[in-house]
Design a binder for this molecule. Structure first.
Ligand SMILES: Cc1ncc(COP(=O)(O)O)c(C=O)c1O
Length: 426
């Protein structure tokens, strides 16, 4: 068995990590196990996870109900192809998703990751309009400041200038972009903002199949929380101009913003909804694309009348069984109360960061908070400092943020916010 140093050394030389170089100089830590909100490193140090493993482990690591569901399913049927077969975990999951999702969504495509669920949403929109005899409608309108994933189509929807995929500009399909939302959460919509979007829809409606956005929270693209009235206005404009609305709730879905889905803040149902991340509580990779009867029937009325997507691990029974357990747990556990308490504590303990001359802004919504610094955060310096404090956070750009598991205890969250204040004051 190689020792921890050898493992880390091999990793640096040979294993690609997200948005990383080979060989890599970034600080990297060898994980041995995790339980609840704590990650244990190979050297025995314990870290409180303020990231929920990229916002997925909302119920904590190794939650007993999720482990039980996984073990029972593993013993029975870890995987079977979804072409020609179906199974209880998939059907049970779809029943629960439809019960919880905004009203009017009736059909579900189960896929492997968030990015793929966005690809499926894009295909649904293109196929829908082609079936209506409007195959010129094949472009998408997205918001600048957005992030929708790393696959080819999803990359084309990300901010082309401030986003992470500039290397592919000119190769990925060219989409249209509306400005970054300015109206903040809790504020009314700025009429000028809506007018700009209306102009784009009016001018380009004939070539647009859908508008794509992250409702309320632009996550990876900047941790911005925008006006529910703006979202409602955009949904209204899309309807008026007959452009489908795709809501990417991969980051916001399952309670993160204080509502089960962020669309609920604006009282809207999109034509297509993408979910992922927290769907399995961070246990396994699974995502879903939900749509309305109108879109599904539209696709069916075209040629070839089939939705043209079907990955090998579609509807994986193991992942579906765990997702069923997550949704059952969410229906029993007072996550609303927990998220409200987390929000109140984040506000109380992070607002003082505004007093630091190094800090540009502090934003809190539900179980998410960001301290925006004036300068770029040096990962190589700040992450080891946080680890020394027993806290796991992974800032990006100027953003120091936390999206903790909903089961974090107040004293654990206090350690996360104390470490954030320390960084904020330099
Ligand atoms: C809003 C949003 N959409 C899509 C994705 C891509 O999901 P995945 O990383 O599972 O492919 C992410 C991931 O961070 C996201 O935040």
């Amino acid at each position: 068995m190689p020792g921890p140093e050898q493992t880390l050394c091999f990793d640096r030389q040979h294993v690609w990590h997200p948005y990383a170089a080979i060989p890599s100089e970034e600080p990297r830590f060898l994980v041995a196990s995790a339980e609840g909100v704590r990650i244990t490193l190979a050297d025995g140090r314990q870290l409180i996870d303020g990231m929920s493993s990229w916002w997925s482990t909302i119920l904590g690591y190794r939650h007993p109900a999720l482990l039980r569901a996984a073990q029972e399913q593993l013993a029975r049927l870890p995987h079977v192809m979804f072409g020609g077969f179906t199974h209880e975990p998939a059907v049970g999951l779809v029943q629960r998703l439809l019960r919880l999702a905004p009203p009017g969504l009736e059909h579900v495509f189960l896929c492997d990751s968030g990015s793929v669920s966005v690809e499926v949403a894009m295909k649904m929109a293109v196929q829908y309009w082609a079936a209506q005899g409007q195959s010129a409608r094949r472009r998408f309108l997205a918001l600048r400041g957005g992030y929708h994933g790393d696959t080819w189509g999803a990359m084309s929807l990300c901010d082309p200038e401030q986003g992470m995929h500039q290397a592919f500009n000119g190769i990925v399909p060219s989409q249209l972009f509306a400005p970054v939302p300015r109206s903040r959460f809790g504020e009314p919509a700025d009429g000028a903002e809506l007018a700009q979007i209306e102009q784009l829809l009016a001018q380009h409606g004939h070539e647009l199949c859908a508008m794509v956005l992250e409702p309320i929270v632009q996550a990876t693209g900047g941790m911005r929380f925008y006006s529910a009235e703006l979202l409602a206005g955009i949904a209204r404009l899309c309807r008026q101009h007959q452009v489908l609305l795709i809501a990417d709730e991969i980051a916001t879905g399952f309670g993160r913003t204080g509502r089960l889905f962020a669309c609920e803040h604006a009282g809207i149902t999109p034509d297509i909804l993408c979910v992922g991340k927290a769907l399995t509580g961070g246990t396994l990779s699974l995502a879903a694309t939900l749509t309305s009867a109108r879109v599904a029937a539209g696709i069916a009325s075209g040629t070839p009348g089939l939705l043209m997507h079907g990955p090998t691990f579609m509807g994986n029974p193991l992942a579906c069984a765990v997702a069923v357990a997550v949704l059952d747990e969410l229906e029993q556990f007072d996550w609303r109360g927990r998220v409200a308490q987390i929000e109140e504590q984040l506000r109380r303990e992070l607002e003082p960061c505004r007093n630091s001359p190094l800090v540009q802004d502090v934003r809190v919504l539900g179980a998410s908070a960001v301290v925006e610094m004036r300068e770029r955060i040096e990962l190589a310096r700040v992450v080891p400092q946080l680890v020394q404090r027993g806290v796991w956070l992974r800032p990006f750009g100027k953003l120091l943020y936390t999206m903790p598991p909903f089961v974090i205890r107040p004293e654990e969250l206090a350690r996360v916010t104390a470490a954030m204040r320390e960084v904020a004051f330099g």
